[in-house]
Unconditional design. Structure first.
Length: 494
């Protein structure tokens, strides 16, 4: 077998094996370099995978040579390669940014363990994307979730422990629901392989057991992706976690959960069952719209900028869910586009907030007064990221919202299109609050001289800002892959 054929498992093994190596070397700089190397090698593998899958179709890898459904199969198709690329890219850029930020925000005796746990969280997410086995997906989900709880608890604010505990409770509920759902499907089909499940489920889809399994999986995954009103764990988790952790989780964790939702709804159960015979499309439309509007309203009144952007994430998840709920190729294309684009914009915004925290030790709105003059590059990055969040051309946010509006108008749902635009106007309000304070506000009392964040931090921030602009202009890759993946999932139906 060639190296390319091993890539589906190599991208998972690299961070998984690097995690204990960080602990073995027990040196802060060495642990960072090991984590950085593992992330960048995984990124290189994900790029090669996307090229291979786009050219030749899905890649299958049988662990131990056991053919499915008896053995565990890793399978990367176009959708998987697409999500894998963004997760690996975010991990690589966040780890490049992390060294100075982590030294400032994490106790010295925990830094080595921080990088090890970070790699485990990363490996769990990559494993969820690459695996073709439902129970294996649950195992990787737990690896990622348990690591995320530990990462959040490492924040210096004592409230980080409470946030981690709240996330643990709700995350455990979600994982339990997912496991029960998988168990019901196994009971009716005798298989855990997702392609095999998709082939066998139609024969038993009218049974109460399969419908109960569908309900448990939908609610469990909804908890993991912070679907309104199951989002209560997210604002505190993002607000009190270390800056590096917030940037990583905001750009990846909920995106992987959306991927899992797409995988189960459209591939395992099939669109006809999930969005036709079951009334989930209506539920997703309603909850997506409520999440978009209500979370945006709450964001307007936040005084902690990390918390403001956390509620903004709940609103942006609403757009993705809304696209899925439209049950059309264009709607799912818009959802996938926003999955990719939101990772870019939130990654840039939270890394920029990490740079602010590094320099002034706070991300409270009042402390942003005058930062436009004192940290011009960082604030410029926040402005561009904010414009992308609103959906102003030529940013990526405009592209995905444009496709989402098109998808609603295609079905004659013009009131929903109007509500999407209202959601963008609400985003304009809370982003303007931040910009107004930074550029027109005056600091209270004497303020220490503050310079820009170090260049090593700025590199990651501006690579993501550049991606926000580049993919807003050149949409061939993102739109092309999203459209092809949506067509494949929906069987070419509109």
């Amino acid at each position: 077998m060639t190296l390319v054929e091993h890539l589906p498992v190599l991208v998972v093994i690299l961070p998984l094996m690097a995690a204990p190596l960080c602990v073995v070397v027990d040196h802060r700089r060495a642990a960072w370099l090991i984590a950085l190397a593992a992330a960048w090698l995984s990124l290189a593998g994900s790029i090669a995978l996307l090229q291979q899958v786009h050219a030749n179709g899905a890649l299958d890898y049988q662990l131990g040579g056991w053919p499915p459904p008896w053995g565990i199969e890793y399978r990367v198709d176009l959708l998987g390669a697409y999500v894998l690329l963004i997760v690996c890219a975010i991990a690589a850029l966040v780890l490049w940014f992390a060294r100075l930020s982590v030294e400032r925000e994490i106790a010295a005796n925990r830094i080595v363990h921080f990088y090890a746990i970070f790699l485990l969280a990363f490996a769990g997410m990559v494993g969820m994307i690459a695996t073709g086995d439902a129970f294996n997906l649950f195992v990787f989900l737990e690896i990622s979730a348990l690591s995320s709880y530990a990462l959040i608890s490492m924040g210096r604010d004592r409230r980080a422990l409470n946030a981690a505990f709240q996330y643990l409770v709700m995350g455990t509920l979600g994982a339990t629901f997912i496991l029960i759902g998988i168990g019901f499907l196994y009971m009716m089909t005798g298989t855990l392989n997702m392609l095999d499940l998709a082939a066998r489920l139609p024969a038993v889809s009218d049974t109460r057991t399969v419908r109960a399994g569908f309900a448990f999986l939908t609610v469990g995954i909804g908890l993991k992706l912070a679907l309104f009103p199951l989002h209560l764990w997210l604002p505190n988790a993002y607000a009190y976690a270390p800056s590096t952790v917030t940037a990583f989780l905001s750009a990846t964790a909920t995106k992987v959960a959306v991927y899992v939702l797409l995988r189960f709804l459209l591939e395992v159960f099939g669109a006809d069952f999930s969005l036709g015979r079951m009334p989930l499309d209506t539920f997703l439309l309603v909850l997506g719209l409520l999440g978009t509007l209500l979370a945006s309203l709450v964001a307007i009144y936040q005084t902690d900028v990390k918390r403001m952007l956390a509620y903004s994430s709940v609103a942006q998840i609403g757009y993705m869910v809304l696209g899925i709920g439209l049950a059309s190729t264009l709607g799912v294309t818009a959802a996938m586009l926003h999955l990719f684009n939101h990772a870019l914009m939130k990654g840039a915004l939270f890394l920029a907030l990490g740079a602010v925290a590094y320099r002034i030790g706070s991300v409270t709105l009042r402390d942003f007064a005058g930062l436009g003059q004192r940290m011009p590059w960082t604030m410029s990055a926040i402005v561009i990221g904010g414009l992308s969040l609103i959906g102003v051309p030529p940013t990526v946010g405009f592209v995905s919202k444009w496709y989402l509006v098109q998808a609603t108008l295609e079905q004659g749902l013009w009131p929903i299109a109007v509500l999407i635009l209202i959601g963008s106007l609400l985003a304009l309000i809370y982003i303007w609050k931040l910009v107004e304070t930074a550029y027109f506000g005056r600091p209270a009392g004497d303020v220490a001289v503050v310079g820009e964040a170090p260049w090593s931090m700025q590199v990651s921030i501006w690579l993501l800002v550049g991606a926000n602009l580049y993919f807003g202009i050149d949409t061939d890759l993102t739109v092309g892959v999203a459209r092809d993946a949506a067509g494949s999932l929906l069987g070419g139906t509109g």
